[in-house]
Design a protein around this ligand. Structure first.
Ligand SMILES: Cc1cc2nc3c(=O)[nH]c(=O)nc-3n(C[C@H](O)[C@H](O)[C@H](O)COP(=O)(O)OP(=O)(O)OC[C@H]3O[C@@H](n4cnc5c(N)ncnc54)[C@H](O)[C@@H]3O)c2cc1C
Length: 340
């Protein structure tokens, strides 16, 4: 039982998406004592990897449905099945509600139906991720939900941009980057007359973005979207009806509205974040809070991809292991010759 764990773990990993799974695996393989907080149904629903139904841009993942979720499941099962490794990793299926500093490192606090619990760890890898902001349509984000699984709505052009080929493209976004995306898609895949739907959002496009939009023959629509046209179970996305009555025909829509960063555990400790709320980190992903590493989508300035998340996770877990080993070696070297 989790509340019986009185041990000081070497490493606590918070979040079991692509990044957290890799940090946990690397920590276990490095033979550090690791605990993984894998969240609950609520946090998983809010995690990006849950919504990834296919991955086309990583060799070997083609044709696997929901490959990120599956890779977490099979990795945790593999560790559990390894004699001599399984005791290096403990999985707690709970949400860390609060992270505190302590003299020995950190305290992760969580709750379950038996009450409140605390787990101590020397280092923490935070991998709680982000979520893409969804467009409001008629005052709700729900009308969008049935469409993304078909590939009619796209949130990551690096992942799914190729799926737009041959489709009538639109972008929902009210910042200059929405127009840049439209131009990039025109240059890369030959899209003409991309519709930019500002969806009634404040902010507006700058002069340069307007000039770019004009050069590429984009249609700019400021009016809010009133309705999605089409049938997610059959024909798919066919267009949008705007509040001003305009019908915009489109069969594929890129959502470019920014992200929600799940950074509260870091921010509560006073950790530094960028303008989007993602963690500013130094070497090996260490945040401005010493000993607290941030990996995956929550790390500022990175590509927000599975393969970059994996690399960041390995860097952090290896750095943590290097510090632990350096301490051990220091103790040996510091010990009297007869005690070595
Ligand atoms: C539609 C879509 C398609 C994509 N396609 C691709 C693709 O083809 N290729 C690619 O490389 N990338 C793709 N990505 C990006 C990829 O999903 C992310 O880069 C990757 O999932 C990032 O992993 P992460 O671990 O940082 O975050 P997440 O996967 O979001 O995982 C965060 C985890 O943290 C948990 N959590 C949150 N808070 C807590 C807490 N307090 N305590 C415990 N647990 C917590 C959640 O349950 C969740 O499981 C896509 C993203 C989207 C949205």
């Amino acid at each position: 039982m989790a509340d019986d764990i009185d041990e000081l773990f070497d490493l606590a990993v918070i979040g079991a998406g692509g990044a957290g799974t890799m940090a946990f695996l690397r920590g276990v393989l490095n033979y550090d004592r690791c605990v993984l907080f894998s969240g609950d149904a609520r946090t998983r629903r809010k995690g990006r990897s849950t919504w990834v139904s296919h991955v086309d841009n990583i060799p070997g993942m083609h044709g696997l449905g929901h490959p990120i979720g599956k890779s977490t499941k099979c990795t945790l099962e593999w560790i559990e099945g390894q004699e001599g490794l399984r005791d290096r990793g403990t999985v707690i299926k709970a949400v860390v509600e609060r992270l505190e500093r302590s003299a020995e490192g950190f305290v992760c606090r969580y709750e379950d139906k038996r009450g409140s619990h605390a787990v101590r760890a020397r280092f923490v890898v935070l991998a709680t991720g982000c979520m893409d902001v969804q467009p409001q349509i008629g005052g709700s984000i729900k009308p969008v939900f049935p469409f993304p699984n078909r590939g009619d709505f796209i949130y990551c052009v690096r992942c799914d941009g190729h799926l737009t080929r041959g489709k009538e493209l639109s972008v929902i976004g009210a910042s200059d980057s929405a127009v840049s995306l439209g131009a990039m898609m025109a240059d890369r895949y030959g899209h003409e007359g991309v519709a930019i739907l500002e969806n009634g959002l404040e902010g507006g496009l700058g002069e340069e973005a307007r000039a770019l939009a004009s050069a590429y023959g984009m249609q700019l629509h400021a009016s809010p979207i009133a309705k999605i046209l089409g049938d997610p179970r059959d024909r798919g996305l066919e267009g949008f009806r705007l509040v001003d009555g305009t019908r915009v025909d489109t069969t594929c829509c890129i959502v470019s509205l920014g992200i929600i960063a799940y950074n509260s555990l870091l921010c509560d400790l006073g950790g530094e974040v960028d303008a989007s709320g993602r963690a500013v980190v130094g070497e090996a992903g260490e945040s401005s809070i010493p000993g607290l590493f941030v990996v995956g989508d929550l790390q500022s300035g990175r590509k927000m991809q599975v393969y970059t998340a994996w690399d960041e996770a390995v860097d952090s877990a290896d750095e943590i292991n290097a510090r632990i080993r350096a301490e051990r070696r220091g103790r040996r070297l510091g010990a009297a010759p007869g005690e070595r």
